[in-house]
Unconditional design. Sequence first.
Length: 87
Amino acid sequence: MIYRDLIKNAMEEKNLSLRQISNLITELYGIQIDSSYLSKLRSGEKPPASDKINDVLAKFLDLDAIELKAAAYREKIPPEVLARIKG
């Protein structure tokens, strides 16, 4: 699955607003993630987040952290490098 779909589906399952997610992440993990940034991650307008943010998102959204980071890497790695890795 692609990164934005993992994020989007998990957020929908939480049934919380982006602002609520942002506030709860700050409360629980001490990391500030703006709700507009979450929106852009969810829609694919922004490239996948850093490992640190993905670890927090995975915890909060009940996602497998490795799966989320793997989806992020697939999108960040240039196609020719990804082809070499797969080959």
